[in-house]
Design a protein around this ligand. Structure first.
Ligand code: CDT
Length: 306
């Protein structure tokens, strides 16, 4: 059967004082660990190179720019790309992207898929940007993704990876809470969807929501998405307390049956791995969720209109 050994490489906290080079070093250590387990594909978190900076209100555009990458690989990330290529490992990486397009500068919350040969295979720019764009002086921290990023302009796509053995889709953090994200990629043939996330343990808009419920909603979304589309889902956290601001862990690998087959137990740098049977989702996609046979898109029109 077709198999792919996958690892999720969760990062513990990245504080404001931590350099990109120090973070890349941590990622390289985890890549070596994944390699020693025989993994061929590693999923790193969203905005993996810096602290989760959208929690900070910044008025000076030059201060904001410090968190963005204008090229990838960048000088700081190049050693990670080189090590991955040397080991023949593909990966997913999230970062803040600054790009010049049609004569103006744009900022996106971006992820890329890199093949085991070091080639850039695919890019995704986050579509569902949570939070707000105005300063909220009364809350303990901000969630300014709507201020610092534009809505992604590339849509939800899928790519053939590993000698065309598997069709992989990618998304980022809040996208995982929206069923449409996974359904569009599944309709394009995705067999595995990978993503990174930074999720505060408390809900700044609803302080009564306890941390356990935040983790439950995270798992619920991923498990439902995996089962309802017959796909593997790999989700990787940036976790722990970044300068005191708590992000929950719970990195997981979910089978197309909706079952969790590997799960992180810490909020620190941690690698979890699983040898995925890529054919496992076929029976689901051929029976209960046989899209061609059973979907009724004529009754779903409202979804794309509103
Ligand atoms: N990074 C990210 O998208 N985090 C959001 C937090 C939402 S609370 C404003 C998430 O959905 O996990």
């Amino acid at each position: 059967s077709r198999r792919l050994k996958v690892s999720s490489a969760q990062l513990g906290p990245i504080n404001l004082a931590d350099s990109r080079a120090s973070v890349v070093k941590r990622m390289m250590e985890m890549l070596k660990e994944a390699d020693s387990r025989g993994s061929k594909f590693i999923v790193f978190p969203e905005l993996a190179l810096t602290t989760f900076f959208p929690r900070y209100w910044m008025e000076d555009p030059n201060e904001v720019e410090k968190y963005f990458e204008s090229q990838m690989p960048s000088p700081d990330t190049l050693p990670l790309f080189e090590l991955a290529r040397e080991k023949g490992i593909g990966f997913y990486l999230g970062y803040a992207e600054r790009t010049e397009e049609e004569g103006s500068t744009h900022h996106f919350n971006t992820s890329i898929l890199v093949g085991p040969d070091g080639r850039l295979i695919g890019k995704y720019r986050k579509v569902h940007l949570p939070g707000h764009d105005e300063h909220r002086p009364t809350v303990p921290y901000q969630h300014l993704e709507k201020k610092y990023f534009e809505v992604g302009n590339l849509g939800f796509n899928v790519w053939k990876m590993f000698k065309d053995e598997v069709i992989v889709g990618q998304c980022i953090c809040n996208d995982r809470r929206w069923p449409e994200t996974f359904r569009v990629m599944a309709l394009k043939g995705a067999e595995m969807v990978v993503l990174g996330y930074n999720t505060p343990s408390d809900n700044v808009y609803a302080p009564h929501e306890p941390p356990y419920l935040r983790v439950f909603h995270h798992m619920l979304s991923l498990q439902a998405a995996a089962y309802q589309n017959g796909i593997w889902v790999v989700a990787t956290a940036k976790a722990g307390k970044e300068d005191g601001f708590w992000l929950h862990g719970g990195s997981v690998i979910v089978a197309p049956t909706g079952e969790i087959v590997a799960k992180g137990t810490t909020e620190e740098d941690e690698v979890i791995s699983y040898d995925c049977d890529l054919g496992l989702g076929e029976y689901i996609r051929n029976t209960t969720f046989n899209f061609a046979k059973h979907r009724r898109p004529e009754h779903y029109k409202l979804i794309s209109e509103r």
